[in-house]
Design a protein. Structure first.
Length: 199
C-alpha cells in the first residue's frame, strides 16, 4: 500500500541520516585526535627546549660576572624558540583546519598576482587609433568619391591602367606593399583599398 511504501521510505531516510551522522562523528573524532597529537608534540618540543635552555642559562650564570652577556643572549634565544614553538602550534592548528574534511568550509579565493613594480611599460611611437566615427566618415566619403588620400600613409606609386597584363597586376601588388618588401615598405593600405572596392 501507499502508507507502507511511505513508511519504508521514511525508515530508509532515517537510517541514511544516522549513517551520515556516525560518519561525521568518526571524522570529527579523527580531526580532534590529530589536533591533540599536534598540540602534544608542540608542547613537548617547547618543554624540551625550555629545559635545555634553562640548564644552559644556569651554567652560564655560574661562570661568574663575566657571563652576563652570554646569559642575556641565551635568554633571548629561549624567547625566540618559545615564540617559534607557539607559531608552529598555530600553524599546525591552521593546517589541520585547512585539510580534509574541514577544507570544504574555506572561503578564500585565489587572487591574481600583482604586476611587479619594476616592470617596464613598452615604449612605442605609433599613430593614434581612429575612432569609429572617423572610420565611418571616411567610408561614406569614399563611397561618394570625396575621400582625401593625400595623407602620408596613403602616398604610393601611381596606379596602373585597367588594361594592364597579369605581370603588371603582380607589380601593382608588389608596389602596394612597397618596392623592397622590408621594414621600409609602405604596408597594406587597408582604408584606401576599401575605398577602391566601393568605387
Amino acid at each position: 500500500t501507499i502508507a507502507s511504501s511511505h513508511r519504508k521510505a521514511a525508515a530508509a531516510a532515517l537510517e541514511f541520516s544516522r549513517e551520515q551522522w556516525r560518519r561525521s562523528k568518526d571524522t570529527r573524532e579523527q580531526v580532534l585526535a590529530a589536533l591533540g597529537a599536534s598540540a602534544e608534540a608542540a608542547s613537548a618540543s617547547a618543554r624540551e627546549a625550555a629545559e635545555a635552555s634553562g640548564k644552559k642559562l644556569q651554567a652560564e650564570l655560574s661562570a661568574g660576572q663575566g657571563a652576563k652577556e652570554r646569559a642575556a643572549a641565551a635568554l633571548a634565544s629561549l624567547s625566540t624558540e618559545a615564540s617559534a614553538g607557539l607559531g608552529r602550534l598555530q600553524a599546525s592548528l591552521r593546517s589541520g583546519l585547512a585539510e580534509k574534511p574541514l577544507d570544504v568550509f574555506s572561503e578564500e579565493l585565489p587572487s591574481p598576482p600583482a604586476r611587479p613594480e619594476a616592470a617596464a611599460w613598452p615604449q612605442i611611437d605609433a599613430l593614434s587609433r581612429p575612432t569609429e566615427d572617423q572610420l565611418a566618415e571616411e567610408f561614406h566619403k569614399a563611397k561618394r568619391g570625396e575621400a582625401d588620400f593625400n595623407l602620408t600613409e596613403n602616398i604610393v606609386c601611381p596606379r596602373k591602367s585597367p588594361r594592364s597584363t597579369g605581370g603588371d597586376k603582380r607589380l601593382l601588388a608588389k608596389e602596394a606593399w612597397g618596392a623592397s618588401g622590408g621594414a621600409e615598405a609602405a604596408g597594406p593600405l587597408h582604408r584606401r583599398a576599401l575605398a577602391e572596392l566601393n568605387n
